[in-house]
Design a binder for this molecule. Structure first.
Ligand SMILES: Cc1cc2nc3c(=O)[nH]c(=O)nc-3n(C[C@H](O)[C@H](O)[C@H](O)COP(=O)(O)OP(=O)(O)OC[C@H]3O[C@@H](n4cnc5c(N)ncnc54)[C@H](O)[C@@H]3O)c2cc1C
Length: 508
């Protein structure tokens, strides 16, 4: 693999702030459009890659048939084709999910661009070395001899987020027009008297500096790792949550852009937050990556320390509920919850339940399990008895919304309700882990950052987590990486064209 050049050696047409999925897509697209590019990574080299590194590498994209999926995976063998039931995930279904989960608030233009550009954008990254496989383990269940996929998510990157980031860095390393510098953050945007971008102030180990350029792409994440901003925007209590990913996403891109007049947009008091192991460290661990998450709760019940249920565990496929249930856990006493399962479903639990760094207990009775996990034993016994009485008979099928419910209790459980009756019982202690924040900058469909007078700021582009307006309240799993690829590529191309025009005007 060619080594990346790690010292800024300008002049540069485009500076990209960040080195995650959105940023590297932007850098590659800008270079392909003829720009000389500098990627500024705030993290040291060994911590590069942002939240994207920590992901499962799941990408949401629409597909009508297996042929569309093969655009990313490559051709499947006849045997593999025969063994799967992918169904369909149409463009209207993807758009519908974005709207349904955001209570209709998702910006229609951005949502439409995301949906329409998703597959072409991912196919483009395949040409830049990213590899996908079918997500058998996380997104399918074997039903009647076939792997039935569910939840609109068919593919994951080879090597998950680590594989994704390594592939993108390798691809950047093969492009002579891309330089990268680590341990150096973009700190302020420089503008001329017309308000157009002229450069970036940087801050690194050797002090302060500045880089001239014709355009900047901000792709440096949200403010999920900034305690003060979390409380300011998300509210009280959010200072106490665990950060699932990188410690370096502290809202710098949003701050810098707002300082020069960019328009805030989207759900600033909202974020993606999930059930995360109660014993996990305060910020992401690159070795464990996303395995502290506990996403198989639809097959059990979730209770708090009083032993009370507080959400409908089976309201929908987990891809459509997991991102909003972290917030519900934060509201519980001691910010704790417990996922309880019996032996009928333990074989369905995802890989993350089998790591050794897990906070769990196993017991022969519900009461003993309560004692082992420090849950109120009377409360848990009462809840399990009431829940078991409420379970309606019917066929259990994990691959569809099976309608097998627990009714007449509050909250109900709408699907996959099996009585907790086959010991030993297992319980997992979880807390709230924040993934990323929803509020950010307003961009147009060309990824240009819009100011508070509704005009594009000349030379300023944005992509990834720090874009506001796509996600409100909730989030369809796998949409974040796809959004980063789509708008990263658009931003990179737009920035390159803008910078070339600036150069032409200056030299002419
Ligand atoms: C554990 C976990 C699992 C996830 N799983 C999935 C999944 O499977 N599918 C999915 O779609 N989404 C997933 N997500 C969400 C996903 O990570 C994000 O949507 C996506 O990675 C955001 O990409 P990004 O490029 O915008 O930000 P990031 O990948 O976070 O990159 C931001 C970059 O900016 C750098 N940076 C920050 N500030 C500055 C600055 N001032 N100057 C220069 N650089 C700076 C950071 O160091 C980093 O390199 C997951 C997130 C986590 C934490």
């Amino acid at each position: 693999m060619p080594e990346l050049r790690e010292a800024p050696d300008g002049p540069y047409d485009v500076v990209v702030a960040g080195a995650g999925n959105a940023a590297l897509n932007a850098a590659l697209a800008a270079a392909e459009a003829g720009a000389r590019v500098l990627v500024l990574e705030k993290a040291p080299r060994e911590a590069r890659g942002g939240n994207s590194y920590f992901t499962g590498g799941m990408f949401r994209f629409p597909y009508e048939s297996v042929l569309d999926v093969e655009e990313l995976t490559g051709e499947l063998s006849p045997v593999e084709r025969d063994s799967i039931d992918l169904g369909q995930y149409s463009e209207p279904a993807f758009y519908g999910d974005l709207m349904r989960l955001s209570d209709g608030l998702s910006d229609p233009n951005l949502a439409q661009t995301l949906v329409a550009r998703a597959r072409p954008a991912l196919a483009w990254t395949r040409r830049h070395g990213v590899r996908w496989v079918l997500a058998y383990g996380r997104q399918s269940f074997k039903v009647a001899g076939k792997h039935k996929f569910w939840g609109g998510l068919a593919c994951e990157c080879v090597g998950a987020g680590k594989g994704l980031i390594e592939a993108l860095f390798q691809s950047c390393g093969r492009v002579p027009a891309i330089d990268i510098t680590y341990d150096t953050m973009a700190d302020r945007l420089q503008v001329d008297r017309k308000g157009a971008i002229t450069g970036v102030s940087i801050r690194g180990a050797s002090g302060l500096g500045s880089i001239d350029c014709g355009a900047v792409v901000l792709a440096c994440g949200g403010f999920e790792a900034n305690t003060e901003m979390r409380v300011r925007y998300l509210g009280a209590g959010w200072d106490l949550v665990k950060v699932r990913g990188t410690e370096f996403n502290t809202g710098d891109g949003i701050r810098m852009a707002l300082e020069i007049g960019a328009q805030p947009h989207g759900h600033f008091s909202g974020c993606h937050a999930v059930a995360w192991d109660a014993g996990a460290p305060v910020a992401g661990d690159r070795r464990i990556a996303d395995l502290f998450q506990k996403h198989s709760y639809p097959f059990g019940i979730i209770v708090n320390v009083r032993g009370e249920r507080f959400v409908d565990e089976g309201a929908d496929f987990r891809n459509y509920t997991y991102a909003k249930y972290g917030k519900e856990i934060l509201r519980q006493p001691r910010r704790l919850a417990f996922q309880i399962f019996d032996q009928q479903v333990v074989h369905l639990l995802r890989d993350e339940y089998r790591i050794k760094e897990v906070t769990s207990a196993t017991a022969g009775t519900v009461r003993e399990l309560a004692a082992a996990l420090d849950i109120d034993p009377d409360g848990l016994e009462r809840t399990v008895a009431g829940y078991n009485r409420a379970v309606v008979d019917g066929d259990f099928n994990p691959a569809v919304l099976d309608g097998k419910r627990a009714a007449g209790i509050e909250p109900p459980k709408s699907n996959w309700a099996l009585r907790l009756e086959r010991p030993p019982f297992v319980g997992y202690a979880v807390t709230c882990g924040i993934t990323f924040t929803f509020g950010g900058l307003r961009i147009d469909t060309g990824a240009r950052v819009i100011d508070t007078q509704k005009r594009a700021i000349p030379g300023l582009y944005a992509a990834g987590e720090l874009v506001g307006g796509l996600f409100y309240e909730n989030y369809p799993g796998g949409a974040g990486l796809t959004a980063g690829a789509v708008f990263g590529q658009i931003a990179g191309r737009g920035a390159a064209l803008h910078a070339k025009e600036v150069t032409r005007l200056r030299s002419g």
